[in-house]
Design a binder for this molecule. Structure first.
Ligand code: DX5
Ligand code: ZN
Length: 218
């Protein structure tokens, strides 16, 4: 499987959202990555349902929603109705993770679990076969434009080993500080999906930047 590139809409120009969505549609990107922050689980508020609804109306690619919110179970059905294809919840926000994963799948979505930089990979040992994707946070969640945490490579290797040992089909996504400097090494270590916010949207030619990133990891 070729590596998927998922531009993070958090770094888009919100005053020109439709233009930026169309750019991703026309580009070699594979997915849209959508960050939902509640100001409680993380110290920032991004955007909510009406904005996701507007994005969904224009987006022509797989929609990967990353929930950085407490008690995500409350909104599973809503995010399905809003067009999410993958719904990722944080391990740290779920008391009954197994139940949450089943609820996401029951709504017809793929189920992802995100781990904060300090959360060890081995905590997923007993649930890995139920997870479609693990999102390894390579920055502390809450903001775009932060620097990549180098320990992420060790976590990717450990997670890849766990997936292979358990014969699971789980994808590995990397979220935070992804650039052309770390993309190749991440993929060689086992990453399947690279989220890139600032690196794409703050570049001079985002479409070309996506193309370049895709070429690096294909
Ligand atoms: C951080 C978000 C990321 C963020 C990535 O909390 O989950 O998806 O948008 O942005 P960059 O690529 O700028 O680090
Ligand atoms: Zn994210």
């Amino acid at each position: 499987m070729s590596t998927k590139i998922a531009p993070s809409v958090l770094a888009a120009d919100f005053a020109n959202l439709q233009r930026d969505i169309e750019m991703v549609n026309q580009s070699e990107a594979d997915w849209f990555h959508i960050d939902i922050m509640d100001g409680v689980f993380v110290p920032n508020i991004s955007f909510g349902m009406p904005v996701l609804k507007a994005i969904s109306q224009h987006a022509k690619k797989f929609i990967d929603v990353h929930l950085m919110i407490v008690d995500p179970d409350r909104y599973i059905k809503t995010f399905s109705e809003l067009g999410s294809n993958m719904l990722t919840v944080h391990y740290e926000a779920c008391t009954h993770l197994h139940r949450t994963l089943q609820a996401i799948k029951a709504e017809g979505m793929q189920a992802g679990v995100a781990l904060n930089p300090h959360t060890p990979v081995h905590l997923l040992k007993d649930v890995i076969q139920d997870i479609d994707m693990v999102c390894l946070m390579s920055v502390n969640p809450g903001f775009g434009g932060q620097s990549f945490i180098e320990n992420t490579y060790n976590k990717v290797a450990e997670l890849k080993e766990l997936i292979l040992n358990k014969n699971a089909q789980t994808l590995i996504e990397i979220d935070g500080g992804v650039t052309d400097k770390n993309a190749e090494k991440l993929v060689k270590t086992g990453a399947d999906v690279l989220v890139a916010g600032s690196f794409v949207f703050k570049s001079e030619n985002p479409k070309e930047t996506i193309k370049g990133l895709k070429a690096l990891v294909s």
